[in-house]
Design a protein around this ligand. Structure first.
Ligand SMILES: Cc1cc2nc3c(=O)[nH]c(=O)nc-3n(C[C@H](O)[C@H](O)[C@H](O)COP(=O)(O)OP(=O)(O)OC[C@H]3O[C@@H](n4cnc5c(N)ncnc54)[C@H](O)[C@@H]3O)c2cc1C
Length: 413
């Protein structure tokens, strides 16, 4: 069996490992147009900040791929013919396969602002984006800089640029930080953290246009302000990287449409990770979830389908983690803050001004946990949610949930 995997992000790598594990005799080929060495995309910021060398971000040492007989090909997939089971590469030409995984990830989604195509305006997703940032001011930072878009990548861009000493203006369209994710007090804590690091955070501010002659010189906002900029980092979200499948007959919605086993509409073709979209997601699971853990689990699940042992994708209780400068963030389950007039749930919140804990509960049961700079044990929080613990029971169990209780200040809850 020749398993071909297009994309060597975490979805592609997880699939390659699981195909190898499940079929020692299979030929496994993993193709990427980015780099032959799979690396951690989430670690890109630390390379720019001088904390990690590029080689430190590699997911495995090179010999791992040889030892596990996973062929790595640096090339771009141009077209797919599922009926003939042939993939066409830019340089390598036709590659016949038996089973194929599409794991081509995302692309930064930049809104259609006038001036968007000026030099110095970019997103952050691929290694090439990091190279462009470096080239903008080698060893230093392009100064002044403007960051647009209040998601996780926007904050990362602001931190990267501040670490190298740039003056950073951070434009966020919403009136408070990530309102669909955070409660008002969580948003305020994150905003204070961003400002504490010297970032000029402007909430409720939309971009009108970018100005410059060839290279960006300024960003003009809906409030009529003009922010000078030698560099504009855009973190306004991502979109699935699926255009190359046009004409292949593989059904695409926003992402490659897959069933619960990650099989696409085309026989012999699966899709996983940021580029995939579940047609009929299980309760509580979003059709697309462009995050690391989702991509890893989907890659592993798709591999089972490729091995002829399909398994339903069952992510269990949602979990993710991130960092906003020095604020650590962990989230479990469903935490969308309850609107004041809602009957759909309520939030229990605790903060001491530096740390924050929120338990979202509905119908008498804890549905989600959101923690800022309070480290929690995944198994304990997952149990509360999966077993439907009451708020009172979960609060009584808080000691068991704290990850580093012996080393940190008591919560005083
Ligand atoms: C800066 C940054 C920080 C992030 N931080 C977090 C975080 O803290 N937590 C979190 O959960 N998630 C984070 N994410 C998101 C997370 O990294 C992604 O969800 C995850 O990497 C997606 O993995 P993937 O394997 O689906 O796709 P990708 O990692 O995008 O890999 C796809 C690969 O396929 C290649 N490819 C695409 N098209 C072709 C083609 N036609 N031919 C050949 N190769 C092709 C691409 O070049 C790429 O190498 C972050 C993302 C970024 C950019």
């Amino acid at each position: 069996m020749h398993a071909v995997i297009v994309g060597n992000g975490i979805a592609g790598v997880a699939a390659a490992r699981h195909v190898r594990k499940g079929d020692p005799g299979a030929r496994v080929t993993m193709i990427s147009d980015e780099t032959a060495d799979p690396f951690s995309r989430t670690a890109l910021m630390y390379v720019y900040m001088g904390v990690l060398a590029r080689a430190h971000t590699h997911l495995y040492e090179r010999r791992f791929w040889d030892e596990n007989r996973i062929d790595r090909v640096l090339d771009r997939a141009l077209a797919l013919d599922p009926a003939a089971r042939v993939l066409t590469l830019h340089e390598g030409g036709a590659v016949p396969y038996d089973r194929l995984l599409v794991a081509t990830g995302s692309l930064p989604a930049l809104p259609d602002w006038p001036g968007r195509d000026l030099d110095g305006v970019q997103g952050l997703y691929h290694l090439a984006d990091l190279d462009r940032m470096e080239a903008a001011a080698p060893g230093a930072a392009p100064d002044p800089a403007v960051v647009v878009g209040g998601g996780l990548i926007g904050v990362e861009l602001a931190e990267m640029l501040r670490t190298r000493g740039a003056a950073v203006t951070f434009l966020v369209r919403e009136e408070r930080y990530l309102p669909r994710v955070f409660s008002a007090s969580e948003s305020a804590l994150v905003a204070a953290e961003v400002r504490r690091h010297g970032v000029d955070l402007r909430l409720g501010t939309k971009v009108e246009r970018m100005e410059g002659a060839g290279h960006v010189e300024a960003v003009v906002t809906s409030r009529g302000e003009r922010h000078p900029a030698r560099f504009v980092g855009v973190g306004t979200g991502v979109r699935p990287n699926v255009a190359w499948l046009a004409g292949s007959g593989v059904e695409v919605g926003r992402g490659v449409l897959v069933d619960r086993t990650l099989a696409t509409s085309a026989p012999g073709v699966w899709a996983a990770g940021d580029c995939a979209e579940l047609r009929d997601p299980p309760d509580g699971v979003r059709p697309r979830e462009p995050i690391w853990y989702t991509a890893r689990l989907q890659g592993a699940t798709a591999a089972l389908g490729m091995l002829g042992r399909p398994r339903v994708y069952a992510p269990g209780v949602f979990y993710n983690s991130a960092k906003f400068f020095d604020l650590e963030y962990q989230v479990y389950g469903r935490t969308e803050p309850a609107p004041p007039d809602s009957t759909g749930g309520a939030d229990w919140e605790w903060t001491d001004g530096a740390r924050h804990l929120r338990l979202h509960h509905e119908g008498g049961a804890v549905r989600g946990v959101s923690a800022l700079s309070v480290r929690l044990r995944q198994d304990v929080c997952t149990r509360w949610i999966a077993e439907g613990w009451t708020l009172e029971a979960a609060l009584a169990d808080l000691g068991a949930a704290r990850f580093d209780a012996e080393l940190s200040r008591p919560l005083g809850v």
